[in-house]
Design a binder for this molecule. Structure first.
Ligand code: HEM
Length: 274
């Protein structure tokens, strides 16, 4: 059942044909097991991180200056999100727990690829794009960790930027560019916030390329032998929409349990000494 609006859009974009070939009627091996759920879960967590991040950025302030109360502006703004902003605690815990969940999900995704040989031809480019995604994810997480301006944030950023300082010839220069000075300080916080916003948007674009590359070569399967359309494949919808939805249900159950009942998992931020 096409609505009038969708018909209008379809005539001008060919949207229906794209949705059919890339989603509903896209052919997938029929023998995929639950290890193939982690790609769609990674997609879900990426969207959750971007959405919760946008709301956090409405209240967060990247400044190491001091408030009248003697706290830093950055740390204080996070405290305000936790205590004063409506449902700020929920958005922040969703984002912080989501960051860890993102890595768990993506490591499972990569582990599946290693175990079943999904990195082998013809999926080499898909794998290479995946490695780029992983590096950008690590950057995004590292930049985000500095933002609450806690002791762990400060020393984490100090140690990791020191590693760059150990590079021959360009080390000192690179370290100063990363820090925006000689030590981790206010300019570091500003540039990390800027990059922390940029990297996930880059990720979203590259993930688009990752899924496109997958749709050219199609999914591997637990046998490691390529299956051919019509024989051994089934349409993505309803078979894998339902299987992915089940995975999303299991994931959200665990995620919500942690967000609501144990969000800090034994770790929390103490402010940087002034
Ligand atoms: C934000 C992170 C990522 C997202 C959203 C994502 C998304 C997806 C999706 C939706 C699929 C299809 C479903 C599936 O096979 O699970 C897929 C397949 C695949 N991804 Fe990723 N991915 C991410 C990171 C990575 C990384 C880091 C690697 C490797 C270094 C990677 C390598 C692959 C490979 C090889 C396949 C095809 C697997 C097969 O058909 O057996 N991906 N990805």
């Amino acid at each position: 059942m096409k609505t009038k609006l969708f018909g209008w859009i379809d005539e001008r974009t060919g949207a229906e044909a794209i949705i059919k070939s890339q989603l509903t009627e896209y052919q997938v091996p029929k023998n995929l097991n639950y290890m193939w759920n982690f790609g769609s879960l990674a997609l879900l967590v990426l969207v959750l991180q971007i959405l919760t991040g946008i709301f956090l950025a409405m209240y967060y302030k990247p400044s190491a200056a001091l408030t009248y109360g003697g706290y830093t502006v950055a740390f204080d703004s996070v405290e305000r999100i936790m205590r004063d902003v409506n449902f700020g605690w929920l958005i922040r815990y969703m984002h912080a727990v989501g960051a860890s969940a993102f890595f768990v999900v993506v490591y499972m995704h990569v582990g599946r690829g290693l175990y079943y040989g999904s990195f082998k031809g013809p999926r080499e480019l898909l794998w290479i794009i995946g490695v780029v995604i992983l590096l950008i994810m690590q950057g995004a997480a590292f930049f985000g960790y500095l933002l609450p301006w806690g002791q762990m944030s400060f020393w984490g950023a100090t140690v990791i930027t020191n590693l760059f300082g150990a590079l021959p010839v360009i080390g000192d220069f690179l370290q100063q560019v990363l820090r925006g000075g000689f030590a981790v300080s206010d300019p570091t916080l500003n540039r990390f916030f800027s990059l922390h916003y940029l990297f996930p948007l880059l990720l979203a674009a590259i993930v688009g390329g990752h899924v496109h590359a997958l749709h050219v070569v199609h999914s591997n399967n637990p046998t490691g032998l390529d299956v051919h359309e019509g024989k051994g494949t089934i349409p993505f919808h309803p078979y894998y929409t339902v299987k992915d939805a089940f995975g999303v249900g299991v994931f959200l159950t665990i995620y919500c349990y942690i967000v609501f009942f144990n969000p800090q998992m034994g770790g929390y931020f103490i402010e940087v000494d002034n």
